[in-house]
Design a binder for this molecule. Structure first.
Ligand SMILES: COc1cc(O)cc(C/C=C(\C)CC/C=C(\C)CC/C=C(\C)CC/C=C(\C)CC/C=C(\C)CC/C=C(\C)CC/C=C(\C)CC/C=C(\C)CC/C=C(\C)CCC=C(C)C)c1O
Ligand SMILES: C[S@@+](CC[C@H](N)C(=O)[O-])C[C@H]1O[C@@H](n2cnc3c(N)ncnc32)[C@H](O)[C@@H]1O
Length: 327
C-alpha cells in the first residue's frame, strides 16, 4: 500500500483529514481554531447538547473528547508501568492472545486504532517476522541440495524480513504516540511501522485499505462507538477482519465482587501513588462499567455491517476479544 510504504505519507494523511476536523476533538485546538460566519448559529437556535458519560459523570458529547484527551495526555509517560503494576503483567497475555487470534500472515496490512504506545503494533511486527522466518526455514529445508554459500546468500538477500507486512498505529493523542515512537526507537523497530494522529470516528484513510483493523482498550473511550465501528468497516478491504480487545462483563459473581473491590479500592490508589493521578484511574474503572457487555457489543458490531461476529471472554469476562469480518 502506497501510504504505508512511503514514509513521506506517514503523517496526518488521507481522506478529507484536516486540522479543522481535528480541532473539534482536541481541546487545545478546539478553542483556537477560527470559525467563519457560515458556521455561526444564532444563540436562540443553539442545538441542544446531547449528553453522554465520562465514567460515571454525565457530560455533553462535545466535552467528552476533550476530557478523554486530557486523561491520556496525563497518563502517557506512566502508562506502560501502570499497566504492568495494575494487572501484574496479565495485560501482556491478553495482548499476546489477540495476536494469536489475528494470526497475521506475511503481507498483512494492519491498522491498529487507539494504538497508543504501540503494544499491539510491536507484537504484530514480532509475530509476522517469526512467521516469515519460519516459512523461509521450511523452504530452505525443502531444498535439500543447496550449498552453504547459497543458503547464506538467501539469508542476505532477505530485503524485507516482514514479508511485506505493515502496521499503521493511529491514535488521537500526541503524547501517547510520542511515547510509542520513543519505545519503537529504543526497541529497534524501524521498518513496517507508521504512526498517524487521527480519530477513530473519522479515520484519515481511504476506503478498503487494510486487511485487519485492531483496537485494544480503545473503543471504550470513543464518544460515538457506532461511528468508530462504521469507520472500521469502511477502511477494511472486503474479506478484512475487525478485532477488538476490551474490558467486558465478569460472568462469575464471586470474582465480580473481588474485581469490584480491586477496581474501586486499589486501582485509583495505584494511579495516585505511581502516576500521581487518581482521577484518570477512577475514570478507567468507571468507564469499564459503562461499556456494553459481550452480547450487546456483538450486536453493535453486526449493526456496523460486520458478519460472522464472535467473541471470546478471557479471565472470567474481565476482558473479551470480539471478531468480525467485512464480507
Ligand atoms: C486511564 O485509562 C487507562 C489507563 C491505563 O493505564 C490503562 C488503560 C487500559 C487498560 C489496559 C491496557 C490493560 C491493563 C490494565 C489493567 C488490567 C488494569 C485494570 C484492572 C482492573 C479493572 C482490575 C482487574 C485486574 C486484573 C484481573 C489483573 C490482575 C490483578 C489481580 C489478580 C489483582 C491482584 C492484586 C493483589 C493481590 C494486590 C492486593 C489487593 C487488595 C488488597 C485488594 C483486594 C484484592 C482482591 C479482592 C483481589 C483482586 C481480584 C480480582 C481483580 C479478580 C481476579 C480475577 C481472577 C483471578 C479471574 C486505561 O484505559
Ligand atoms: C487505554 S489506551 C490503549 C492503548 C493501546 N491500544 C494498548 O492496548 O495499550 C486507549 C487509547 O485510546 C486513544 N483514544 C481515545 N479516544 C480515541 C479516538 N477517538 N480515536 C483514536 N484514539 C483514541 C487514547 O489516546 C489512548 O491512547
Amino acid at each position: 500500500m502506497a501510504a504505508l510504504g512511503n514514509p513521506a505519507l506517514w503523517g496526518v494523511c488521507g481522506r478529507g483529514w484536516s486540522r479543522a476536523k481535528l480541532a473539534g476533538r482536541l481541546p487545545g485546538l478546539r478553542s483556537s481554531w477560527p470559525r467563519g460566519p457560515v458556521g455561526v448559529r444564532p444563540l436562540s437556535q443553539e442545538k441542544p447538547a446531547t449528553e453522554t458519560h465520562f465514567g460515571f459523570e454525565t457530560v455533553s458529547e462535545q466535552e467528552k473528547g476533550g476530557k478523554v484527551y486530557q486523561v491520556f495526555e496525563s497518563v502517557a509517560k506512566k502508562y506502560d508501568v501502570m499497566n504492568d503494576m495494575m494487572s501484574l503483567g496479565i495485560h501482556r497475555l491478553w495482548k499476546d492472545l489477540l495476536l494469536w487470534r489475528m494470526h497475521p500472515l506475511p503481507g498483512t496490512q494492519l491498522l491498529d486504532v487507539a494504538g497508543g504506545t504501540g503494544d499491539i503494533a510491536f507484537r504484530f511486527l514480532k509475530y509476522v517476522q517469526a512467521q516469515y522466518k519460519g516459512k523461509q526455514k521450511k523452504q530452505l529445508r525443502a531444498q535439500q541440495n543447496l550449498s552453504w554459500e547459497e543458503i547464506a546468500q538467501k539469508y542476505q538477500n532477505d530485503e524485507d524480513p516482514l514479508g511485506g507486512s505493515r502496521v499503521m498505529v493511529c491514535d488521537i493523542n500526541k503524547e501517547m504516540l510520542k511515547v510509542g515512537k520513543q519505545k519503537a526507537q529504543a526497541q529497534g523497530y524501524k521498518t513496517g511501522l507508521a504512526w498517524v494522529l487521527g480519530d477513530a470516528e473519522e479515520l484519515p484513510f481511504d476506503d478498503a485499505k487494510f486487511d485487519v483493523y485492531s483496537i485494544a482498550f480503545g473503543i471504550r473511550n470513543v464518544t460515538h462507538i457506532d461511528r468508530a465501528l462504521q469507520e472500521a468497516h469502511r477502511v477494511l478491504k472486503p474479506g478484512g477482519r475487525f478485532l477488538c480487545l476490551e474490558f467486558s462483563q465478569v460472568n462469575n459473581p464471586l470474582i465480580s465482587r473481588l474485581y469490584d473491590l480491586y477496581s474501586f479500592q486499589v486501582i485509583p490508589v495505584l494511579g495516585e501513588v505511581i502516576a500521581g493521578d487518581w482521577k484518570s484511574y477512577q475514570y478507567l474503572v468507571e468507564s469499564i462499567r459503562k461499556f456494553p457487555p459481550q452480547e450487546d457489543f456483538k450486536e453493535m458490531i453486526e449493526d456496523a455491517g460486520f458478519q460472522k461476529v464472535t467473541y471470546e471472554s478471557l479471565t472470567s469476562g474481565i476482558v473479551a476479544i470480539h471478531s468480525g469480518f467485512k464480507l
